[in-house]
Design a protein around this ligand. Structure first.
Ligand SMILES: *Cc1c(COP(=O)(O)O)cnc(C)c1O
Length: 229
């Protein structure tokens, strides 16, 4: 298993490298291993290949894996990449995730802020943008993203917004997928221009579209199936 993962990881890193250079040679891309399809044993094997950042999309799975006997003592960086229901906020915060990728409403930010302030904690988060405008996807509408980002920064001082996340259009047409990434990057660049906001992370790209995402400016990619196959 470890040999196979090592092979997958190396071939992905080669593909990332090519895409990165075609965007900008100073551009650095961070890989998050989306480990939702696999168990502790597979995560430990990928860790042995050098991977440190892992992402889960269900709070109960993150909890079970992060606290498991096999993984608890490893210095893993856990990301929470799924939608967060309000009744799971306390459980998520108790796990001190490194980054929450899918903050998708002012209401959720308010709920998080209440719990964070009570426990005197901070949470790093990305605002999820529904750049493909697909009803089945979460995220704020692209035209509202800048306003909501600023609003959250004001009302939720314990949430440290770091940038944006999006899921590429569910499409075969590469141009349409690219359009959803480009739109997110435009919003990201607007955020970077304004001095009152901080925006450093642009999380976009999955197994089927990560090279395209990188060429559109992604500096964080979330890969599952291509990594653990
Ligand atoms: C599962 C998941 C991924 C990874 O998906 P793959 O297509 O398997 O690479 C990325 N982002 C989110 C939010 C996910 O839930």
């Amino acid at each position: 298993m470890q040999k196979r993962f090592e092979y997958n990881l190396i071939s992905i890193l080669e593909r990332v490298e090519k895409a990165r250079l075609s965007f900008n040679s100073h551009h650095i891309v961070k890989l998050i291993a989306a480990s939702k399809y696999v168990r502790e044993k597979e995560i430990a094997a990928l860790y042995s290949c050098g991977q440190r950042a892992f992402g889960e999309n269900k709070v109960q799975d993150l909890s079970a894996k992060a606290k498991s006997q096999e993984l608890e003592k490893l210095p893993l960086e856990w990301h929470f990449i799924g939608s967060l229901q309000t009744n799971k906020i306390n459980s998520l915060l108790a796990l001190n995730p490194h980054l929450f990728h899918a903050l998708d409403s002012i209401e959720l930010a308010e709920q998080l802020q209440k719990r964070l302030a009570r426990d005197n904690k901070k949470l790093k988060a990305l605002l999820q943008v529904n750049s493909a405008r697909e009803v089945q996807k979460s995220g704020v509408a692209p035209e509202n993203a800048l306003e909501i980002y600023s609003q959250i920064s004001q009302i939720a001082p314990n949430i440290e917004l770091q940038g944006l996340m999006c899921i590429g259009a569910h499409e075969q047409d590469q141009k349409k997928i690219a359009a959803s990434f480009e739109l997110t990057r435009k919003i990201f660049e607007e955020l970077q221009k304004s001095t009152k906001n901080r925006a450093e992370i642009l999380s976009m790209g999955m197994s089927g579209d990560f090279e395209l995402a990188i060429k559109c400016g992604a500096n964080m990619i979330r890969l599952g199936s291509v990594l653990f196959k």
